[in-house]
Design a protein around this ligand. Sequence first.
Ligand code: SF4
Ligand code: SF4
Length: 409
Amino acid sequence: MTNTEPSNKRPAPTVVAILAAGVILAVLLLSYAARQVAAEKPEGIPALGELTITADMTLAQVAKTNQLPPQLVAKALAVEPADSQAQTAGQSLTVAGQGFTVEEARAAIIQTHALMMERQTKDFTKIFIKFGLWIVLLIIPLALLARPRLTRAWRLTLLSGGVVVFGVILGSDPSPMGTVKDMIALAGEHHVLFIPRLIALGVFLALVVFANKFICSWGCQFGVLQELLYRLNRQGQKRYGVIPLIRIPYAVSNTIRIVFFVVFTLVAFGWAFDLIGPIDPFKTYNPAAMTTAGMVFVVLLLIFSVVVYRPWCHLFCPFGLVSWLFERLSFVKVRVDYDKCIACKACMNDCPSEAMQGILLGHKLPSDCFSCGDCLSACPTQAVRFAGPGAVRPGKSMAEKLKKLRGRA
Ligand code: SF4
Ligand code: SF4
């Protein structure tokens, strides 16, 4: 389904196209420059070559033969002395003496190596700053939606600010998507769970539960970039695009997303390969780390974002899928006061996806609501609110209104 705005005041499609291209190019160039200045730690875990281990080797010999730090081998094979003592202990302790078969020793070293590398590639200071800023800055859109006072100027300012702060300055990692993707990839490839990543996922899901998908709506560095590109095309609060918009049916996009998630997980566990890694769109903020295929994919995805609402989120994102399930538990979210509702469906028509249709008609599993606020400003009677459960109670007229709405759906 496509939508074009029937207004004389709209800018020319070429202006929107040039603006969008300028934003994409600026984000890529500025991110490249920012990563050079910040000299970030390399992403990903370096591959461990084929390990040479025999049962009678000492731990020191295992380390020397495979060019591994003695501390790594000592840690993997359960020796606890301090670093300086590890080598001495390793000289007398053998693989078999420690109770390991060769295969067990190999597996233990691979797992320990993955965890150590994962820890070393993390900049924990930056991670704490980013989470702190997420929690503090998300209060602004929350307040604007609750009142509701979210103007186009506020929207563009918040989205541009999100792109610059959470993406260009603070980089591609951490991200909500990365917590789910890397957790599955690490478990599949190296059979380990990295606890800080689990904690980060817990924080992101807590934010989803607090306010409906709010971290995706206004915080995720790739989510806000897609939303900004879409908003450059979609003028005002209307559902029309200067360049015709395309709405992918929810049943289609969600089926693709579920299939993609299953395939990604099967490939991670069955073939020890991270399918998203080569095309990871969050590398938009670290272009030097992109493959050529990844760059092509990301640029196409961003161009597509001008006419399709958040294509990566709806079609592929693993966190998008998980948070879509957690949305059911959200405390603050879009709610309908059916006593005020006049069944005009303006909210449903202005929603960029099928989310408001599902919410308004009381579906059990509506499409992802990205808390964009379009439905709030569309409603002529302020029947749609972004609020907690106490603010809007099911009115006496709810059953009657639902019947009327579903009858016309
Ligand atoms: S669903 Fe979209 S906004 Fe949410 S984590 Fe994925 S990319 Fe980011
Ligand atoms: S317009 Fe749609 S996506 Fe936006 S807040 Fe309303 S229901 Fe959610």
